[in-house]
Design a protein around this ligand. Structure first.
Ligand code: EPZ
Length: 431
């Protein structure tokens, strides 16, 4: 398994260009299932989850072209015939966001078989709200041998029916999954207590370009007027706000001077406000943010909330920064039940973090030392890299495949601004 070797101590200086958002690209690729027309998506990030989604769609009979290269990160998807509308376990188990094909499949073909995603390192990750919403739209859903089988009315022959759905909890992919299903339902669907994440709005923009009739995406209430068919479209994926936030913290924690470009600062309000509270200097442009040290970091607590609150996907990275702040920082994780795996690894590097239920307390600042550490999930991996950038000596990070799921060319982007980071394959890979 690939490892990173990171030698700490260099301030990061220069420019980092942000890639397209994985969490926008995944639902937008799934939306291609809704039409036999061609969907072209620009600004697709070259990350492992996108390749997994390509394999998933191809396994169902879709034609998927995935082109990377200097000029374009583009995918062309054509779901002319879905010969095998099944999301198989061997793919779903590697990426639980595969559940995003459930709504589109049942809306397009009347039937869907999707392996239950199962949990992951950060929590149980149920999809009961996806199921409840589809049942409210007239679907019959049964479970057998670890698979969900969903059928539209009349045993898969009829269309889903418009409904009034109030989400018990705010769910990002739940909102996206059901939004896609509703575009082809008969009649109007009103969703309340929706996720307001920018990725939901990005998906709705694509769906409306395909001929859907969606209003209110980005707010808590979304109205969808069902249509009989959708057509092909071309769409550019939003910049990745979590990648941008991760590099802002990289610039802050190393006391560097970093210009993060091709991002959308409007999607980073909560993080920007918190970093400024810590004393970090930020110059916010239209599509870029320059981050510099503003002297000693001050402790400022966070509590993760749904968008536009402080994002749970930035919690681990912020905790790494908090180890370098003077004072005690409280970090409360309200979204996932087990998203503190990075704590014990940070403590092995010399941090002083204690956990009580959903709240971690980081006492800083502490000098971090290099160590051999283990990555456990995507954002925890990023947190450990950030800590290693300021640790004394050479840190070895194992299982960086977690990081490859959601960050494009992570180590190259960091090396280009002065970080001492390299990827070390297993001893059996050729030198
Ligand atoms: C999306 O996951 C993101 N993934 C996650 O990013 C992100 O952390 C999360 O939203 C929260 O912002 C993608 O978009 C592909 P949720 P999702 O449904 O949709 C509970 C990353 O690092 N819930 O909003 O799966 C759930 O257990 C990943 O890029 C139910 O109870 O998250 C959680 O406690 C990690 N029943 C809460 O809601 C359901 O049916 C929020 O989950 C669905 C969710």
């Amino acid at each position: 398994m690939d490892k990173f070797v990171v030698r700490g101590g260099n301030p990061l200086l220069g420019t980092i260009k942000i890639s397209g958002a994985k969490n926008s690209a995944l639902p937008c690729m799934a939306a291609a299932i809704l039409t036999e027309g061609e969907i072209v998506l620009e600004n697709i990030p070259q990350v492992r989850d996108i390749e997994t989604e390509r394999r998933l769609l191809t396994s169902m009979g879709a034609e998927v072209e995935l082109g990377y290269g200097r000029a374009h990160h583009r995918t062309r998807i054509k779901c002319g015939i879905l010969s095998d509308p099944v999301a198989k376990y061997e793919i779903v188990k590697t990426m639980r966001a595969s559940s995003l094909v459930l709504g589109p499949l049942i809306a397009r073909t009347g039937i869907a078989r999707v392996a239950m995603p199962g949990g992951c390192a950060i929590g149980g990750r149920p999809i009961d709200l996806h199921i409840k919403g589809l049942e409210a739209m007239g679907a019959t859903i049964t479970q057998d041998h670890g698979y969900l089988e969903a059928r539209s009315p009349n045993n898969g022959q009829g269309r889903l029916q418009g409904a009034h759905i109030v989400f018990d909890k705010i769910t990002v992919t739940g909102t996206e999954d059901l939004l896609m299903a509703a575009t082809l339902a008969e009649g109007e669907t009103v969703f309340e207590n929706c996720a307001r994440e920018p990725e939901v709005s990005d998906l709705a923009e694509l769906l409306n370009a395909m001929g859907a009739k969606i209003e209110g995406a980005g707010t808590s209430t979304i109205r969808v007027k069902g249509v009989a068919k959708l057509h092909g479209a071309r769409h550019r994926i939003n910049p990745d706000r979590i990648e941008a936030g991760t590099f802002l913290i990289a610039g802050a924690i190393t006391g560097g001077d970093l210009n993060v470009t091709d991002c959308n600062p409007a999607h980073l309000g909560a993080l920007i406000a918190k970093l400024e509270q810590c004393g970090v200097k930020l110059d916010v442009g239209k599509e870029n943010i320059r981050v510099r040290s503003g002297g000693a970091l001050k402790a400022a607590g966070i509590s993760t909330e749904e968008y536009p609150g402080f994002p749970t996907d930035m919690q681990a990275q912020f905790m790494a920064l908090a180890t370098q702040a003077d004072g005690a920082t409280t970090v409360t994780e309200n979204i996932f039940e087990n998203r503190f795996m990075h704590v014990q690894e940070l403590n092995r590097m010399g941090a002083n973090i204690t956990v009580q239920g959903r709240t971690a307390t980081v006492r800083g600042r502490t000098a971090l030392e290099s160590a051999a550490v283990m990555c456990s999930d995507l954002r925890a991996s990023a947190s450990l890299v950030l800590a290693a950038l300021v640790a004394d000596g050479e840190t070895i990070l194992d299982r960086v495949y977690h990081l490859d799921r959601g960050y494009e060319h992570f180590e190259e982007k960091l090396r280009n601004v002065g970080a001492q980071i390299r990827r070390m394959g297993d001893v059996f890979t050729k030198k």
